[in-house]
Design a protein around this ligand. Structure first.
Ligand code: ATP
Ligand code: FE2
Length: 326
């Protein structure tokens, strides 16, 4: 069985092609970028509409298959931005009507976890999912992927991007802040906001902007301190979720997990508690459609009635999904 996955929850439009044995045949994406400023839902929809045919063509060429070879179409039904999600849904319906392949809607956050289990040796990990819109600590317990901790306001990537935007840098800001942070070495005190198992970034953002406006701080030191603070917060709650669940594996997912300093902190924490850290390649950390195709296959193999309704679900939560395939 060959599954074609479609990702369109936010800035990335992707088509991934995977076999039922988990062989990745293609991972094509086109991610919306800006020189200055952030993401506007209608601009994302236009971007996705503009690039979708090309991304599909690239994926089919890479996989060396024709559209008629597709047996299953999976798309990201949520969570995400409505106008962007709708492009994925309509692409899925178009491909399905051409190929007669059935369509399955999958949850984007669960897909991040499942692609990590496919591509690394992690079997039952705690997932630190650190992306633009999402920041969650997720682990399997009693039939669902439960959220053990999460952000109380914005996602960590959106927080970093917002500060980058304030400095006049475009989107995505994460890699730029990572570069600037390498030039910093003096830690500037910032609020450290962990509440129980949850984290919050908006107060830190306000404080960073104020410190930047005061012009007394070096920008490198501010970027360095930003990373040291918020990555320590994520490492702390990940460690607590591991202690609570007794799990011995930590898996990273989401675009912010590409950050080398975050990876290093997680690696030190895992080493100290004799646990294993798993970090998929960057192309599978950021939004991609391979993860959507793979979760489509898992769900199809273990289909339940829940998965029959085909629509977008912009507010769907990780723990709304009954995990029938584990
Ligand atoms: P989701 O829909 O799951 O919330 P997303 O649409 O934000 O995800 P991702 O590709 O998972 O997409 O993540 C993008 C985010 O990752 C952006 O906020 C970007 O700035 C951030 N990012 C990418 N690389 C790095 C890096 N090296 N350091 C920090 N942040 C990074
Ligand atoms: Fe994502």
């Amino acid at each position: 069985m060959i599954c074609l996955g479609i990702e369109s929850t936010a800035h990335t439009f992707g088509i991934g092609i995977v076999t039922n044995k988990g062989k990745v045949l293609a991972n094509a994406i086109d991610a919306f970028k800006t020189e200055k400023g952030g993401l506007i839902p209608n601009e994302l929809r236009n971007h996705h509409e503009d690039v979708k045919d090309n991304v599909l063509k690239t994926a089919l060429e890479k996989a060396e298959i024709k559209l008629k070879d597709i047996d299953l179409v999976a798309f990201s039904q949520g969570p995400g931005m409505g106008p962007a999600l709708r492009v994925g849904l309509s692409t899925a319906k178009d491909i399905s009507s051409e190929t007669k392949a059935p369509v399955v809607g999958v949850n984007h956050c669960v897909a991040h976890l499942e692609v990590g289990r496919l591509l690394t040796e992690a079997t039952d990990p705690v997932l630190l999912y650190a992306s633009g819109a999402n920041t969650q600590i997720i682990a399997y317990e009693s039939g669902k992927y439960r959220i053990f901790g999460e952000t109380l306001d914005q996602g960590i990537g959106n927080f970093i991007d917002a500060f980058a935007r304030y400095l006049g840098l475009g989107f995505p800001g994460g890699p730029k802040i990572e570069g600037i942070a390498l030039k910093g070495k003096d830690y500037i005190q910032l609020p450290y906001v962990v509440k129980g198992m949850d984290v919050s970034f908006s107060g830190i953002l306000t404080d960073l902007k104020r410190k930047y406006d005061s012009k007394i701080h070096d920008t490198g030191n501010l970027a360095f301190s930003l990373q040291e603070t918020v990555f320590a917060m994520l490492t702390e709650v990940s460690e607590r979720a591991m202690a609570h669940t007794g799990k011995k594996e930590l898996l990273l997912g989401g675009g912010v997990a590409c950050n080398k300093r975050l990876q290093e902190m997680c690696s030190i924490m895992c080493r100290e508690r004799k646990a294993k850290l798993f970090v998929p390649e960057n192309q599978f950390l950021v939004d991609n459609a391979v993860m959507i195709a793979w979760l489509g296959i898992l769900m199809k193999k273990h289909a339940t009635k829940d998965h029959k309704r085909i629509d977008i679900k912009p507010y769907e939560r990780t723990d709304d999904i009954k995990v029938t395939w584990k």
